[in-house]
Design a protein around this ligand. Structure first.
Ligand code: C2O
Length: 564
């Protein structure tokens, strides 16, 4: 990470090694270039497309992949853009659609990296942005908001992109009726990287500045733990009135927000936030699926399971910013409307930055190499309003994408949670159960007291499976503890393995199981067990503590798995 002007107050934070970059970009090696992009026609205008042609045409790299997932069609996941179905958006919605502008016959270009000689965009921390930068950023957003709604680069369209990929507007190519969902799975990081990448370039283009960079909301550092002031100015185009009035600056952020404000002293809240960051970035994120999320391949049902950071603090951040006076926590508190708030892009810039940081924390923190991940493709409009197909493999190297982040240090890197003194509460419950109250179950560990080498090779993972959410129009959160003590210290204690925190979606109306979600939550607990001194125990007590909307959640079971 390159450093731009660094403020004095943060220079003592631990930092990540400079040799962060892991995967280079394979764009130039792609063999699919010879494949002609197909011309899609729009169903609404009476055109017809053979789905198989679309599948083969879009999935140029498909041929070699048939063995990776027997039974599924060969191509990695793609969206069926010609066939957009707007979800059941509330009557109160500011924009009644969820579909990206799409015209029959629009050709799709393969993503190309920007020239290596183009300026490197340095994303500044929002709390450190200067006046000159702010003026440019505000001007760019104002211009974007002024574009006609049907211009693919307009602010309205930008918000629709998120709604479309996150609220089930598109089917998977080749699987009519099976929605595409980029959350709760391994596409969370790459999809949002591409989304913010194109958004940033459109903003830069509108002000004629090819070095323009989005800011990042540095919520993982004490200096960034409020809503950034630049978004709170009522006369700025960065302002959104549909935000929580209680969480305007200087109100301090709770990275584990569970719908009520804890009102603890600022120092203590800050300290807790750093502990959550340590847990989500380090101790519970030791294997790629634990950080990036679970595999999600062609033909799979959505929501196989989120990675650590997507659950916390990503879920709580959405809920914390969203406006509780609105029916669905709009704008940020619901995926259908989240892209309407400019702060969304700053929140996700930091998510993106932390993906980059995570790779540098340990040699074992590497991306997936599975072609079903690397070759999955998504469609976006670029700064020239061209429809572009970008693959996950296109976006893995931020230097090749010509952007980087201001170096502000990692204040959470040593913020390891500590054990609570006391006696663990015994297990008295059984699963499956509804989470309308705390459920404590005994879980048997197949292996105890493994060697350091075994622990490094295979992470012990607590799997909370068969999670069913009957109504996902509400923010759902529950916390998971191992051997929680009497009187229970909170989620910042070492006994807490983490939380499942899902930002609500509005699900489309023609889906038979409207609004319901099935998913699995996984927590790396090797360090946790060492820290609480339970690594020799054959049986542990796992507590599932509902925090938000537990009455709509049921859990099937809890077990231990080992992940390489
Ligand atoms: Cu697509 Cu923060 O969500």
């Amino acid at each position: 990470m390159e450093s731009a002007a660094m403020p004095r107050s943060v220079v003592t934070y631990p930092r990540v090694p400079c040799s962060l970059q892991t995967l280079g970009c394979n764009l130039l090696l792609r063999t699919s270039k010879a494949t002609k992009p197909p011309r899609l026609s729009c169903r609404a205008t009476g055109g017809r497309v053979d789905r198989r042609d679309v599948l083969l045409g879009l999935g140029g790299a498909a041929a070699g992949l048939a063995t990776t997932h027997p039974g599924a069609l060969a191509a990695p996941i793609q969206a069926d853009l010609q066939n957009c179905q707007t979800p059941d958006i509330p009557a109160t919605a500011a924009d009644p659609s969820c579909c990206m502008t799409y015209r029959a016959g629009t050709s799709i270009a393969d993503f190309q990296l920007p020239p290596a000689s183009s300026p490197l965009r340095v994303r500044p921390a929002a709390q450190l942005a200067d006046k000159e930068y702010l003026a440019k950023y505000e001007k760019a957003v104002a211009l974007m908001k002024k574009l006609p709604d049907d211009d693919p680069r307009s602010f309205v369209q930008q918000a629709r992109v998120h709604c479309a990929y996150c609220n089930g507007a598109y089917d998977q190519v080749g699987f009519p009726g099976l929605e595409i969902q980029v959350h709760n799975c391994w596409f969370f990081f790459p999809w949002h990287r591409l989304y913010t990448y194109f958004h940033e370039r459109i903003l830069g283009k509108l002000i004629g500045d090819d070095s323009f960079a989005l800011p990042f909301w540095n919520w993982d550092a004490p200096g960034g733990m409020t809503l950034p002031a630049i978004y709170a100015n009522k006369s700025s185009p960065l302002y959104d009135e549909r935000r929580s009035p209680a969480h305007q600056p200087p109100s301090l952020l709770d990275l584990d927000f569970s719908d009520t404000d804890p009102n603890m002293p600022r120092d203590q809240q800050t300290d807790q936030n750093l502990k959550f960051m340590y847990r989500q970035m380090v101790s519970s994120a030791k294997k790629r699926e634990l950080f990036l999320g679970q595999p999600y391949r062609t033909g799979d049902a959505p929501d196989p399971g989120a990675g650590s950071l997507e659950n916390v603090p990503h879920g709580p951040l959405h809920g914390w910013v969203g406006d509780p006076r609105q029916p669905n926590g709009e704008d940020m508190g619901n995926f259908y409307s989240a892209g309407r708030d400019p702060v969304f892009f700053a929140l996700h810039s930091n998510i993106d930055r932390l993906w980059h940081v995570w790779r540098g924390l340990s040699p074992s923190n590497t991306d997936f190499t599975d072609p079903d991940w690397l070759d999955a493709s998504f469609l976006f409009y670029d700064e020239e309003a061209r429809l572009v197909r970008a693959r996950v493999r296109d976006c893995l190297d931020t230097a090749a994408l010509r952007y980087t982040y201001q170096d502000v240090g990692l204040p959470w890197l040593n913020a390891k949670p500590t054990k609570t003194a006391g006696t663990p509460v015994p297990a008295t419950g059984a699963l499956p159960a509804k989470l309308d109250k705390t459920v404590r179950v005994a879980v048997t560990r197949p292996r105890v007291s493994r060697s350091q080498k075994q622990k490094a090779e295979e992470e012990e993972v607590l799997v909370v499976e068969g999670i069913k959410i009957a109504d996902h129009s509400r923010y759902v959160k529950f916390d998971v503890y191992v051997n929680q003590c009497e009187g229970g210290a909170g989620t910042a204690a070492a006994e807490c393995a983490g939380s499942m925190a899902l930002t609500p979606h509005v699900i489309r109306h023609n889906n038979k199981k409207a609004g319901s979600v099935k998913t699995v939550a996984r927590f790396g607990i090797t360090d946790l067990l060492d820290e609480i001194g339970a690594d020799g125990d054959k049986t542990i007590t796992v507590s599932l503590v509902p925090r938000c909307a537990g009455d709509v959640v049921t859990v099937g079971g809890v077990s231990i798995e080992y992940v390489k």
